[in-house]
Design a protein around this ligand. Structure first.
Ligand SMILES: [Zn+2]
Length: 137
């Protein structure tokens, strides 16, 4: 996910408000990295990632840049989300390991079945994900 935070950073860093020692720039980079790491790790529970990242970084930009900052974040976040979704749909996590169902069996052991494409659960446990999505919404 590194490439996504780097490319947002490169595109927007000229607009970051200058300060002594470049603390704003560093904070901006860290916020980008954290957002993309979270997207990779937590795709299904990270609602509105572009808005979340924008909220975290907008203080580092002048008012006149904010519209552009939001658009750039939105564009890169859409690409990153599509990338993560393709990996998940192919049954891969982003570190290349194959995924197994995230649920536990009735005996408490981890379920080892293959997840439904695009989901974190196998067909028998898919209701868990839907239940969560409904309560989280
Ligand atoms: Zn399962």
């Amino acid at each position: 996910m590194y490439q996504f935070s780097r490319s947002i950073y490169r595109e927007l860093v000229p607009e970051v408000i200058e300060d002594r020692g470049g603390a704003n720039r560093l904070a901006f980079l860290k916020a980008c990295e954290a957002a993309f790491e979270r997207l990779a790790a937590d795709r299904h529970y990270f609602a509105r990632p572009a808005r979340a990242l924008f909220r975290d970084v907008r203080i580092y930009f002048p008012i006149s840049s904010q519209m552009r900052v939001y658009r750039v974040i939105e564009r890169h976040m859409a690409l990153a989300t599509a990338y993560v979704d393709r990996a998940l749909a192919a049954g891969r996590s982003l570190d290349g390991t194959s995924l197994t169902c995230q649920a536990s069996t009735r005996k408490g052991a981890p379920c080892r079945r293959d997840p439904v494409p695009g989901s974190r659960y196998c067909p028998s446990h898919k209701h868990l994900e839907e239940g969560f999505a409904t309560t989280a919404a």
